[in-house]
Design a protein. Structure first.
Ligand code: ZN
Ligand code: ZN
Length: 364
């Protein structure tokens, strides 16, 4: 990432402002995506101590070389567990009121933090502090998400060219993952959801040995990870010639998705976008079949704030990257979902996903 040093510094500045507001001396960052966001470190074992005097990354000897290459922070290599070393360091700096990520620290890790407290020092649980900062993406981040979206769509198109009756969901998932890695993704951003026939009524179906059959809906929800940044897309295919029920469901979901996309602009609350999709489906008599939120933020994680759901009052702002993905699910019949990744702009949104939203008809 060009200009990476200043990018990480500029990400840590709002953390320091949030610490001052909460009267905290320092923040202990435990979540791997937050560690990556604030320091660049991508290893599996890292913790950050962020305070106005600096930021230190604690990791173990396996990551000594990597950490030096990836981060602009000072690196401390701990020979044992990270938290005792971190707490000893914090004590040396006379940092007293320490915030920690309550949702990301195990009970065992919490005990290590607590044991490391010096006299008059305390631990304060915080939640969402870094995640809220992460909601608005920098230009460099948006560029990576856009790359991730593009190669995800390319991999999807290549994989779907090979989809045919008799192929199992496993095989189609393997095809997608193979194509995606060839195109430059390091991994899928989540386990592909590939569900044929009645299984498409399971919103988070895992691929199985189930084979694609005649006159079936096929739901494909896939995402790639590019330099850590996620993409997320759902498209529908039909094996054969769709009947009126499939067409009606598809049309209703498409209209709901377009209505929600239309509602995305800076200044609106996430729940308003959700409502736009829900109203269309309710009018079509499918309100009860829409069992999840309209979308979610995505970035270094596949699901991150804001949640585009019924009661999320987050005000959308330019630079947020979210998905818009209404769906309907009918037990015993199947499900339909259409999902794009979009970025909120100054006046509306830009749809990053280039793939056609027409129901893909696969020849039987
Ligand atoms: Zn998805
Ligand atoms: Zn999604």
């Amino acid at each position: 990432m060009p200009g990476a040093l200043s990018e990480f510094e500029s990400r840590r500045r709002p953390v320091l402002e949030a610490l001052a507001q909460r009267k905290l001396d320092a923040l202990i960052v435990a979540s791997a995506p937050n560690v990556r966001y604030l320091s660049g470190f991508t290893g599996s074992n890292g913790a950050l101590l962020v305070w106005p005097g600096g930021t230190v990354l604690f990791t173990d000897p396996r990551y000594e070389i990597q950490a030096a290459q990836e981060t602009d922070c000072r690196v401390k290599v701990a020979r044992g567990a990270l938290y005792p070393a971190l707490m000893k360091f914090a004590a040396g700096k006379k940092l007293k009121n320490l915030g920690f990520e309550a949702g990301r620290v195990s009970y065992e890790a919490y005990e290590q933090l607590r044991i490391g407290l010096t006299l008059n020092a305390s631990l304060t649980p915080v939640s969402g502090l870094v995640e809220i900062i992460r909601m608005v993406k920098s230009e460099a981040e948006i560029a990576l998400i856009e790359q991730s979206v593009r190669l995800n769509s390319q991999a999807y198109e290549k994989a779907m060219r090979r989809a045919r009756p008799g192929m199992s969901e496993f095989e189609l998932a393997a095809e997608f993952e193979y194509q995606m890695r060839r195109l430059g993704a390091e991994k899928p951003s989540f386990e592909p959801v590939i569900a044929a026939g009645p299984r498409s009524a399971l919103p988070h179906a895992r691929p199985t040995s189930n084979r694609l059959g005649k006159n079936q809906l096929l739901l494909v929800d896939v995402g790639a990870s590019r330099e850590g940044y996620a993409s997320d897309m759902t498209r529908m295919a039909f094996l054969g010639k769709p009947g009126p029920k499939v067409k009606r469901l598809y049309q209703a979901v498409l209209e709901a998705q377009l209505a929600a996309l239309d509602a995305v602009r800076p200044g609106v609350r996430a729940e308003q976008v959700d409502r736009a999709a829900r109203q269309v489906l309710r009018a079509a008599g499918l309100g009860a079949a829409f069992v999840h939120s309209t979308g979610h933020g995505l970035g270094l994680e596949i699901h991150e704030p804001p949640r585009i759901g019924k009661r999320d009052r987050t005000v959308l702002a330019a630079g947020m990257t979210i998905t818009v993905e209404p769906g309907v699910y009918l037990e015993g019949f199947g499900g339909v979902r259409i999902e794009d990744t979009v970025v909120v702009t100054g006046s509306g949104c830009r749809i990053l996903t280039p793939t056609s939203k027409e129901l893909l008809l696969l020849p039987f």
